[in-house]
Write a protein of this length. Structure first.
Ligand SMILES: [Zn+2]
Length: 109
């Protein structure tokens, strides 16, 4: 399973989390992974809880099946949502830098 770098968009409608099956409500941030598997491309959406579970509790890059992160939710700390917030912030900063660099190179050419 090949995964591209995740992006962290804001949900424009309700989504279902791949990891736990819970609803990702419209307007909230979530992690979006594009996956390429045996020539097939699909996207995996994860809620804030599963992002934490995957980042902190998962032992590594082992794959996880649909709904399999749900059982890890019982180990979540109260402040689990900072993980997704921090990743989303880093993502925003990276995107901003890329946009600025692009603008600069356009000015130079
Ligand atoms: Zn989830």
């Amino acid at each position: 399973m090949d995964q591209s770098l995740p992006t962290y968009p804001k949900a424009r409608k309700d989504h279902r989390c791949f990891g736990c099956g819970e609803t990702i409500p419209k307007g909230s941030r979530y992690a979006l992974n594009a996956v390429f598997d045996n020539g097939e491309a699909y996207s995996i959406k994860l809620c804030a809880k599963c992002v934490y579970a995957k980042t902190r509790l998962d032992s590594g890059d082992d794959g996880y099946g649909e709904g399999e992160l749900k059982e890890d939710h019982q180990y979540l700390p109260d402040d689990y949502s900072f993980m997704l917030a921090r990743l989303a912030e880093e993502y925003d900063a990276r995107m901003k830098r890329i946009r600025e660099e692009r603008k600069e190179s356009e000015c130079l050419s």
